[in-house]
Design a protein around this ligand. Sequence first.
Ligand code: MN3
Length: 207
Amino acid sequence: MKFYLSNLPYSYNSLEPYFDEETMRIHHTKHHQSYINNLNNLLEKKKEFSNYSLIQIIKNLQNFPKEIREKVRNSSGGHLNHDLFWKILKKNTVLSGALKKEICKNFGSKEKFIKVFEEKSISHFGSGWVWLIKKDSTLFVESTKNQDNPIMGENITGVKSGTPILGIDLWEHAYYLKYRNERIKYIKAFWNVVNWDQVSLLFKESK
Ligand code: MN3
């Protein structure tokens, strides 16, 4: 097996009461695991891609045969998106420093950024993700469908590409056990578990 599920850097109950333990456990061990299993199964049949890293797969989807391209797109995106999502979750961190300055420069204030991000999340139809994306020297918010990621490129996702430094999972499996049909409550709760230290690190590392 080429790709595998990493342990979370925290316990399943550590984001309570905002993200509940049962959702975190199922989301990580079942949903994320199944994207990895699907990806490994697809690559098992296509040995010519066995030396591709996850990023190489995602950035070169056009190289995959048409009959498996959509499946590779969904499973590789699902793996990468969840890896990022787990990393940017932690309670009790504060937005500060260079990232805060950049968010204020691009959106006006932290509050205005949150408003833009929430509006994008609320208006997104169906499953997908909303991202804070860095591209050159700007930050912007975009949503992608299903398990697409902004690094796949505009010709695949239909939205402006760039490096995601923050993202929210808008699939029902991310919130339905606790928040049921009230996606808005989950989106509001998300701000209590954003790991701003990690988002700052991703901001600094991305070109
Ligand atoms: Mn998910």
